[in-house]
Design a protein around this ligand. Structure first.
Ligand SMILES: C[S@@+](CC[C@H](N)C(=O)[O-])C[C@H]1O[C@@H](n2cnc3c(N)ncnc32)[C@H](O)[C@@H]1O
Length: 260
C-alpha cells in the first residue's frame, strides 16, 4: 500500500469533520469550478475520502455520466457510500493510486485532493493518472505546503518543532514545490496553478484550523514531541483567541493538469 498514513476509523471521522467546515467547502468550490463537469462525463475522485466532492461530481455528470470514487481506506469508503446514497452513477472502489480500477483513456475529469502527498511512489501514481485520462481530459491536483504556514504563537521555536514533526505524516511535505517537475516527467501538462488560501483570525470549533490543530496534536505526540509540549502548543490557540490575537493562514495549491 503506497501511503504514509493509515486513515482508520478515528482518522476518517476526524477528516470528515474538518472537511465539513466552510473553509474546506470554499476550496471545493474552487476545485469544482476549475473541473467544470458536465452531463454525461466520466469523473474520477482519486482518494475520495469522505465523499464530499464525489457527491457534487456525481450530481453534475448526472444519470448519463459516471462518478468513480477510489480510496485505499475502508472507513473513508464507508463515509463516501453514505454521503453518495441515492446516486446510482457513483461507483466506489477500494484501490491504490498506483493501480486504478479504470480502463486506459476513459476519464474526462479527475480530482486528486490532498492525496499525492501521502503516496510514496509519486512518479508511478502520476503515470497511472495519465494512463486513465482521455486525450483532452483534465485533472485537478490539490495539495498543501505547510512550510508556508503563517500561524501566530508566542513560542515560535515550539511552533517550528511541532510543524517539523508534522512533516513526517506525509511522504512529500513539499509536494506543491516538486510537482511541476514531476508532472513534466510523467508526460502530464500543467495548464495553470493557483493558490487557494485558508486564512482566519478566529479559532473556533467549526474551522479548518481548529480541526487540523487537533489532527497535528494527535500525530506529533507519537513523533518526537512530548505530550506536555504538544498540549501547551494546542492550548495556546484558545488563549490567543480569547485575547483577539489569533491568526492562521496556509495555501492549498491547485494545479490544473492535462494529459499532454
Ligand atoms: C486527506 S484525505 C483527502 C480526501 C478527499 N480527497 C478530500 O479532499 O476531501 C486523503 C485521502 O487519500 C486516501 N489515500 C491515501 N493514499 C492513497 C493511495 N495510495 N491510494 C488511494 N487513496 C489514498 C486516504 O485514504 C484518504 O481518504
Amino acid at each position: 500500500m503506497a501511503s504514509t498514513l493509515d486513515f482508520d476509523d478515528k482518522a476518517a471521522r476526524h477528516i470528515d469533520a474538518i472537511y465539513s467546515t466552510p473553509d474546506i467547502a470554499a476550496t471545493r468550490v474552487a476545485v469544482f469550478r476549475a473541473l467544470n463537469p458536465s452531463c454525461g462525463e466520466t469523473a474520477l475522485d482519486l482518494g475520495c475520502g469522505p465523499g464530499y466532492m464525489l457527491r457534487d461530481l456525481a450530481a453534475s455528470v448526472g444519470a448519463t455520466g459516471q462518478a468513480i470514487g477510489v480510496d485505499i481506506s475502508d472507513p473513508m469508503l464507508a463515509l463516501a457510500k453514505h454521503r453518495c446514497e441515492g446516486l446510482p452513477q457513483v461507483r466506489l472502489e477500494r484501490a491504490d493510486a498506483l493501480t486504478l480500477p479504470v480502463p486506459d483513456a476513459s476519464v474526462d475529469l479527475a480530482c486528486v485532493m490532498q492525496v499525492y502527498a501521502y503516496v510514496t511512489e509519486l512518479d508511478a501514481a502520476l503515470a497511472e493518472l495519465r494512463r486513465v485520462l482521455k486525450p483532452g481530459g483534465r485533472a485537478i491536483i490539490l495539495d498543501t505546503d505547510f512550510a508556508g504556514v503563517v500561524w501566530e504563537s508566542r513560542d515560535r521555536a515550539r511552533m517550528r518543532r511541532v510543524m517539523q514533526a508534522y512533516d513526517a505524516h506525509v511522504a512529500w511535505p513539499d509536494l506543491p514545490r516538486i510537482l511541476p517537475a514531476r508532472l513534466r516527467k510523467a508526460g502530464l501538462t500543467m495548464a495553470r496553478v493557483e493558490a487557494v488560501p485558508v486564512v482566519t483570525t478566529h479559532y473556533h470549533a467549526h474551522s479548518y484550523v481548529h480541526g487540523i490543530a487537533r489532527f497535528i496534536h494527535a500525530f506529533v505526540v507519537n513523533h518526537g514531541i512530548t505530550k506536555d509540549e504538544a498540549d501547551a502548543w494546542l492550548a495556546e490557540f484558545d488563549a490567543l483567541e480569547a485575547e483577539g490575537a489569533f491568526l492562521f493562514s496556509v495555501n492549498r495549491f491547485m494545479f490544473t493538469v492535462g494529459r499532454g
